[in-house]
Design a protein around this ligand. Structure first.
Ligand code: HEC
Length: 284
C-alpha cells in the first residue's frame, strides 16, 4: 500500500513538473517571437515584429470596425491591382455591413453577365451574390499592366505569408529609400521586409489617400493596420465562430470531466475501502 502511494505521488510530481516545464518553454518561444526587430537578429529579410492585433488572443474576435475600414482601403486602393476571387459581396452581410449597405456597394460595380436570350454577354449592376470584381480579365493582362509582376490574389494571402497579418502591416509600412549604391531598375521599389529588399509593387499607401466613412484619420499606419485586419478576416471569416465553439467545447469537456471523475470515485469507493478477510470456517 505504502509503495503504491509513493509511486502515485512520484508520478503526480513528474506530471506537474512536466506541465510547468511545457508552459514555461512555450512562453519562452512566444517571447522570442514577440520581440520587436533587433540589430542582432539573424536572417534576412528581417522577421516582422509582433504586433498586438486584437484577434490574436484566444478570447478575442475580429475588430469589426477596423475590418470595415480595411474593406474601404481594399476597395479604393488594393482592388485596382489585386483580385479576391474567393470572396463575394454576400460574405460581408451581417459580418461587416448590414444587408442593405452590401447591396448598395455591390450595385456600384458593373458586372458582365450572360448570355441572354439573344446569346449576348451584357453588363448589369452587381448584386450581392456576385464575387468581388477582378481588376484584370486574366493573369497576362495583370502582368502586362504591372511591368511583368503578377499581383497575387488576396483572398488567402494572410495564411500564405510568413508572419501573417504582421507581415502585411510591415510590408505596407516598410517602403524606404534604397541604401546608397544599391542599383534599382525602373519598376522596382525598396522595401525592408522583402527578399533582397526589392518588390515590384509601388508603395500603395500615402497619408490621406482615401477618406474613411467613419472619419478616422487615414494615415499610412492606420490604413495598413485596417487592411491587415480585413485581409485576416477575409482569409478566415469563420474564426470568431470557431473560437466560440472551441470555448464551449472546452468548458463542456471540463464540466463533463469533473462529473465523470466524481462518479468514478463514487462507484469505486466501495471497492477500494472494502475489506475481505479470509478466515477459516469454524465448524462446531
Ligand atoms: C499598382 C498596383 C498595386 C496596388 C495598388 C497594390 N498592389 Fe500589392 N502587389 C502589386 C504587384 C505588382 C505585386 C507583386 C510584387 C512582386 O512580385 O514583386 C504585389 C504584391 C503584393 C503582396 C505580396 C508581397 C510578397 O511578399 O510577395 C501583398 C501582400 C500585397 N501586394 C498587398 C497589397 C495591399 C494590401 C494593397 C492595398 C493597400 C496593394 N497590395 C496594392 C501591385 C499592387
Amino acid at each position: 500500500m505504502e509503495f503504491r502511494r509513493r509511486l502515485a505521488q512520484g508520478v503526480g510530481v513528474v506530471a506537474v513538473a512536466g506541465a510547468a516545464g511545457g508552459v514555461l518553454s512555450y512562453g519562452a518561444v512566444r517571447d522570442r517571437e514577440r520581440h520587436t526587430a533587433r540589430c542582432s537578429d539573424r536572417g534576412y529579410p528581417p522577421r516582422p515584429p509582433f504586433y498586438p492585433f486584437w484577434f490574436k488572443w484566444m478570447l478575442h474576435g475580429h475588430d469589426i470596425p477596423s475590418v470595415r475600414r480595411g474593406f474601404e482601403v481594399y476597395q479604393k486602393v488594393c482592388a485596382n491591382c489585386h483580385s479576391m476571387v474567393e470572396l463575394s459581396f454576400r460574405h460581408l452581410i451581417n459580418e461587416v455591413y448590414p444587408e442593405k449597405r452590401v447591396k448598395q456597394i455591390a450595385a456600384q460595380y458593373d458586372v458582365f453577365d450572360g448570355p441572354n436570350q439573344e446569346g449576348e454577354i451584357f453588363v448589369r449592376p452587381g448584386i450581392w451574390t456576385d464575387s468581388f470584381p477582378r481588376p484584370y480579365p486574366n493573369d497576362d493582362a495583370a502582368r502586362y499592366a504591372n511591368g511583368g509582376a503578377l499581383p497575387p490574389d488576396l483572398s488567402g494571402i494572410v495564411a500564405g505569408m510568413h508572419g501573417n497579418a504582421d507581415y502585411i502591416f510591415s510590408l505596407l509600412t516598410g517602403y524606404r529609400d534604397p541604401p546608397e549604391g544599391m542599383p534599382m531598375n525602373p519598376g522596382q521599389y525598396y522595401n525592408t521586409y522583402t527578399e533582397g529588399g526589392i518588390i515590384a509593387m509601388p508603395p500603395p499607401l500615402s497619408d490621406g489617400i482615401i477618406e474613411y466613412e467613419d472619419g478616422t484619420p487615414a494615415t499610412v499606419s492606420q490604413m495598413a493596420k485596417d487592411v491587415a485586419q480585413f485581409l485576416t478576416w477575409a482569409t478566415e471569416p469563420a474564426t470568431d465562430e470557431r473560437k466560440l465553439i472551441g470555448i464551449k467545447a472546452a468548458s463542456a469537456a471540463f464540466i463533463g470531466g469533473l462529473f465523470s471523475y466524481t462518479y468514478c470515485r463514487m462507484i469505486y469507493i466501495q471497492y477500494r475501502t472494502r475489506r475481505i478477510d479470509f478466515v477459516k470456517p469454524v465448524f462446531t
